[in-house]
Design a protein around this ligand. Structure first.
Ligand code: PEP
Ligand code: MG
Length: 578
């Protein structure tokens, strides 16, 4: 029995047999061509590109209804890469000029591209290297008549072990109803991880050497929560994990029953659990989980994986769709948070490649810098406010000046719409995300001008602890329980209370039930999260006593050592008390 450790990115336990996907760039032959073969070789190459395109389109068409919305976007990215001249045309010149075979021409071209991507400062674009390699691999397999979709041999229920998985792979895996997957590569925010979480199957990434140590058909246990992969488990271990599986099934049933139960603590405090969504298609999951509304609509996803920007009209339609579907429940539309790791493929923000993109022209900074991007969005949100309980939320505020410029723009837009006799809610609530330490420590100065706060812990932690969210090498420092993070959260909640404005939390921390008790104790009563985690948080809320937790959280805030904080929280969570 062997245990391999990685990063658990999607919880649950799976027991089954391994199916090792042997992928990666195939060995490429290199040979000279007689001149009169060149035209035929070019035809062979263009056919392979066309076949790859058809395969991707057919995978896209086959995406199951319940697949996450990101699935189609990822395949669209591969289609865009395939259409790029560097992939579809430059190799033709190489075949003609160098008189070499198509595989060699494509491989040489892709190496050139890979080096270009490696040298890019922007981590998002650097990450795109993987997508380029996956597209090149697909064309090469078509040229060499190798099976691109070797998952055809995959039986339902198997555990897939791969070096990395493409988005297209993940969609096919979903149809095959596999039990779990494990990859050599990847981090908690990789495409693979995002998809696994939405698919709801256990997954462990970054298990270096998984494809080397595991053979097809070998017995495996995947523990997605703890990030452990057990190879060749003994009877006792299998029995233990079977028991854990039964507990998980039982827990899911119990959680489902909570859907319609009120979200109140034992001491009768009402707590609001909201959903985070990326696209209108995500509303269904939010409604199914019984969310009290949308606490964060990440509108930038409307701008990604496309050639141009969405018009005011297209944005308006998307926002109205969400507002109507929520039937009077609040819908918090966050204005564009583009830049840093969220670049658009065909639009203006993609040119904003800077040395430190997370500290650069992103979110509200980009919107104020380019109001031709911001104004249509403000118009669309305001117009949508006539169709539901719409609220505006401004990301990444860091200075008063910025806030006032945004508020002025909103007022100007309202005046403009009034002149045009367009309907909108003149008292639309405007809130701010508190996710930059500068805004957190001066939250009391922001509060008088805002209708609500929402704490963005993903960025607040990144900026407070000075760790790039997308840099694998410093992931280990990412800790929501760092005393400085907890002090800032407490400060923000207190500032909101003093100013009598509501405060929510919409970062990942809000959806992690390990932190629910602590946050309740700090006085947080509004949580916004991925719909998949909502009922787990609800369960903890219903077991909690706000008053008792307030004492507990005060004790936690006094701790100097991060290990002590962890141990206090673990003990409380395990006891299930307060
Ligand atoms: C956050 O920063 O916590 C947040 C919710 O926003 P995003 O993850 O989109 O930056
Ligand atoms: Mg953020």
């Amino acid at each position: 029995m062997l245990a391999l450790h990685g990063t658990g990115v999607s919880g649950g336990v799976s027991i089954g047999k391994a199916f090792v996907l042997q992928r990666g760039l195939p060995e490429v032959p290199e040979y000279m061509l007689p001149r009169h073969f060149i035209d035929a070789e070019i035809v062979r190459f263009t056919r392979a590109v066309e076949n790859a395109r058809r395969q991707l389109i057919s995978i896209r068409e086959d995406i199951p209804e319940n697949a996450p919305s990101e699935a189609a976007s990822f395949i669209d990215t591969h289609l865009l890469i395939l259409e790029d001249k560097m992939i579809s045309e430059a190799p033709i010149d190489a075949i003609r000029n160098e008189q070499r075979n198509a595989e060699w021409a494509l491989k040489t071209q892709s190496e050139l591209l890979s080096r270009m991507f490696e040298q890019m400062d922007d981590p998002y674009l650097r990450n795109k290297k993987t997508d380029v390699n996956q597209v090149v691999e697909r064309v090469l397999r078509n040229l060499m008549k190798q099976n691109n979709d070797d998952h055809e041999q995959l039986a339902a229920g198997e555990i897939v072990i791969a070096n990395d998985l493409t988005p297209a792979d993940t969609v096919i895996l979903k149809r095959k109803k596999i039990r779990a997957f494990v990859t050599n590569m990847g981090g908690p925010i990789s495409h693979t991880a995002i998809l696994a979480r939405s698919l709801g199957i256990p997954a462990v990434v970054s298990v270096h050497g998984a494809t080397r140590y595991i053979r097809n058909g070998e017995d495996l246990i995947v523990d997605g929560k703890r990030g452990i992969l057990i190879v060749g488990p003994d009877k006792k271990t299998i029995a233990e994990y079977r028991r854990l599986q039964r507990e998980i099934v039982h827990l899911r049933k119990e959680l489902h029953r909570l859907r319609t139960s009120p979200t109140v603590t034992r001491d009768r405090r009402r707590i609001t659990l909201l959903a985070n969504i990326e696209l209108p298609a995500d509303i269904k999951a939010a409604v199914q989980a019984g969310a009290a509304g949308i606490g964060l609509y990440r509108t930038e996803f409307l701008f990604m994986n496309r050639a141009g920007m969405p018009s005011e009209e297209e944005q308006f339609r998307a926002y109205v769709k969400v507002a109507r579907a929520l039937a009077g429940k609040p819908v918090t539309i966050r204005t564009l948070d583009l830049g840093a790791d969220k670049q658009v493929d065909g639009g203006r923000a993609s040119t904003a490649v800077t040395v430190n993109p997370a500290l650069g022209l992103r979110a509200v900074r980009l919107c104020l810098h380019d109001t031709s991007l911001f104004r249509p969005q403000l118009r669309a949100i305001l117009r949508a406010s006539a169709f539901g309980k719409v609220r505006i939320m401004i990301p990444m505020l860091s200075s008063q000046d910025e806030l006032h410029r945004v508020l002025d723009l909103i007022e100007e837009t309202k005046a403009e719409l009034k002149r045009e006799r367009e309907s909108f809610n003149p008292r639309i609530p405007v809130g701010g995300m508190i996710e930059v330490p500068a805004a957190a420590v001066s939250a009391d100065l922001f509060a008088p001008y805002l209708d609500f706060f929402s704490i963005g812990t993903n960025d607040l932690i990144q900026y407070t602890l000075a760790i790039d969210r997308v840099d694998d090498a410093v992931n280990y420092l990412y800790d929501p329980l760092h005393p400085s993070v907890l002090r800032l959260i407490s400060l923000i909640i207190k500032a909101a209370k003093a100013a009598r404005i509501p405060v929510a939390m919409c970062g990942e921390m809000a959806g992690d039930p390990r932190y629910t008790r602590l946050l309740l104790g700090l006085g947080l009563t509004e949580f916004s999260m991925h719909p998949a985690t909502l009922l787990m948080v609800k369960k903890v809320v219903r077991q909690s006593n706000m008053k008792a937790l307030a004492n507990f959280s005060r004790r936690v805030l006094k701790r100097r050592d991060i290990r002590e904080v962890h141990s206090l929280i673990n003990t409380l969570n395990e006891s299930g008390s307060a």
